[in-house]
Each structure stands twice: as structure tokens, then as C-alpha cells.
Design a protein around this ligand. Structure first.
Ligand code: CA2
Length: 139
């Protein structure tokens, strides 16, 4: 069975609770249940942290045994050289995902520090961005 690690960064624990016009009204836990039911032949593990170093530790931990990592680094996307370096240091492919289309938003969201270290980027499809990333990794 192929196994994938989803990693969500800062504030994404608030999904479904705040800013529904930007991020929708479904919690990640509810979406995860749907995703797991849709892909019963995959093992999909989930981790969320608001702490940059904990995200790096999880990337190191998953990065040599999982078939792929789906990473929404939240606002650290736009700032973190450390996350870029962590992604470069592991063997598993990483797909960068965003719920919103960051390119239609504030200028500071247009640049990603991590894209160049990732296999690819998916943004703007709501929570479906995670499924599209999973499909990219499965195939
Ligand atoms: O669109 C995305 O997925 C983002 O990665 C979300 C980040 C943002 O900083 C990136 O520019 C784009 C923010 C996540 C905040 O999530 C919240 C969810 C619900 C309520 C408030 C914040």
C-alpha cells in the first residue's frame, strides 16, 4: 500500500472555523475522512503544527519512508528558507499545495520560498487541491 503524509502549517487548524469566504467551511478533519474514503488503497497520514521547527521535524521523519508528502506550509511558504532546505534534504517528493489562489491575493503571497524545492505546486482549488496533489503523487 502506498503511503502519503499530509502536512499543514500555521493556522490551518482553524479551517472551517474562521474566514469561510477564503478557506471554506469544512474542517480539515472532515475533509480528510472524505479523502481517505475516496482512496482506500492509500494510507494517508495527517499532521498539523503552528511551529516551524515541528514542521521541519515531520518532513525529516516522513521524508525517507513515505511515497510522497503533500505540504501546505501556510504563511511559512512565503518566508521559510529552513523549510526549503528540509524539503531539499529528503528523498520523498513533496507537492506544495494551497487552498486559495495565492496569485490573486496580496503581493506578499505571490512568492514561495519552497516551490523550487518541491516537485510541483497546486493552488486555488479549495480543499480539492489536496486531492489533486495526491493524484499527482499516485501517478
Ligand atoms: O491558501 C492557502 O492554502 C495558504 O497556504 C493559506 C495560508 C496563507 O498564509 C497562504 O498565503 C496561503 C493561511 C492559512 C490560514 O488558514 C486559516 C484558516 C481558517 C481561518 C483562518 C486562517
Amino acid at each position: 500500500m502506498k503511503k502519503f503524509q499530509i502536512i499543514n502549517g500555521p493556522n490551518l487548524n482553524l479551517l472551517g472555523k474562521r474566514e469561510p469566504t477564503v478557506y471554506g467551511n469544512t474542517s480539515f478533519e472532515d475533509y480528510l475522512e472524505v479523502l481517505r474514503n475516496q482512496y482506500p488503497s492509500c494510507k494517508i497520514d495527517y499532521y498539523q503544527s503552528n511551529v516551524e521547527g515541528e514542521l521541519i521535524d515531520k518532513i525529516h521523519e516522513a521524508g525517507f519512508s513515505y511515497d510522497g508528502i503533500i505540504l501546505n506550509a501556510g504563511a511559512y511558504t512565503h518566508t521559510s528558507v529552513a523549510l526549503h532546505d528540509a524539503i531539499k534534504a529528503i528523498a520523498s517528493p513533496v507537492v506544495e499545495v494551497h487552498i486559495s489562489n495565492v496569485h490573486t491575493r496580496e503581493e506578499f503571497r505571490h512568492h514561495s520560498m519552497i516551490s523550487a524545492a518541491c516537485k510541483g505546486v497546486i493552488a486555488g482549488f479549495g480543499l480539492k487541491s489536496y486531492e489533486l496533489a495526491l493524484l499527482a503523487l499516485i501517478n
